[in-house]
Design a protein around this ligand. Sequence first.
Ligand code: APR
Ligand code: PHB
Length: 389
Amino acid sequence: MRTQVVIVGGGPSGLLLGQLLHRKGIDAVVLERKTRDYVLGRIRAGILEQGFVSLLREAGAAERMEREAFIHDGTIISYDDAQFGIDFKKHTGTSVVLYGQTEVTRDLYDARAAVGAKTVFEAADVAIHGADTDAPYVTYVKDGREERIDCDFVAGCDGFHGVSRQTIPESVRTDYEKVYPFGWLGILSETPPVNDELIYANSTRGFALCSMRNANLSRYYIQCSLSDHVEDWSDQAFWDELRRRIPAEAADRLVTGPSIEKSIAPLRSFVTEPMRWGRLFLCGDAAHIVPPTGAKGLNTAASDVHYLYHGLLQWYEEKDAEGIDRYSEKALARIWKAERFSWWMTSLLHRFPDQDPFDLKMQRAELEFLRDSDAAQAALAQNYVGLPY
Ligand code: APR
Ligand code: PHB
């Protein structure tokens, strides 16, 4: 079999790239190692920058989002008994869109199926060959049979645990990593959100976040120890701890209910450079990871897709390699700024086991400067709504 682009991974990155390429007549095959239902069973974040929204519209997969998503013009930051708002609209003229990643992925799968583009589910043992030659190909096993796809390019959209990054020789790659000494315990509950906008809370007991998916589906997180296990936390224990960490008036009106999903996620910052090796391009979580505090995971995947899509378009339409040659440089320039913002938000809002009294004073001073400074709030707003592509 032959195609122009093999996309390894059927998550948001791979599906968005595949849809954009298809609409320009560029043929791509998506190889996904899980089933569609398994992929859609993942609960992930839900904040979309306008750049991502524009790409979804261009991909022809924005209709349900336009109908169902929430628009957020700001967010709340709280610490102990104080709280203040960050007004995105005032500082940037724009907002963020709140729409679950699961729904984005579902819409992209539906859009791909609607145009009859090829997606291979349960594609096992995907291997990328000849990435450093002009004739790359990908093999995989489906229903016990080895298959081969010859192609012009391979887009590695297979996430942090995928095969694509490992295909680039260690002698070529430089990995940068920071693992945080805590995790996030998250709950999904069919309850009305506690607040119209998100609440990011720094409390003496640790971080908490109040988010949502729709008017009757709330998403909450509390910072937890890396030694915690989900079974250590009853729903009641979670709600009690969340109440201790968020502002009193929010705690008083919090509507609790049974969890329909409960999980613990570790936090890490990670980037691999370069994001290209010959005809292989890494996209999204395959190349970088951020702690979820800044809601940048999905949105940095989107900007990678933007740069790669336009680079491939330039190649196929103008036989000009400038876009693909500069892909890694352009993607990394924006990724590192998102890494910094995510690291900064995480440092500002969490309690670290090794913080000494001076560190706590620095954190409190940073929060109070942010509370009082228009310039500091504008800087947070610019990063949160998304820096330009
Ligand atoms: N072969 C085929 N598919 C693979 C392989 C493999 N060897 N390894 C992983 N995959 C699939 C996974 O099953 C997953 O569906 O690749 C997909 C990667 O999707 P994501 O991990 O969601 O990564 P990405 O598409 O870049 O989206 C980034 O998703 O995980 C969140 O926080 C992340 O918001 C960010 C966004
Ligand atoms: C979420 O709604 O899951 C969410 C929102 C904002 C974040 C992280 C997660 O920073």
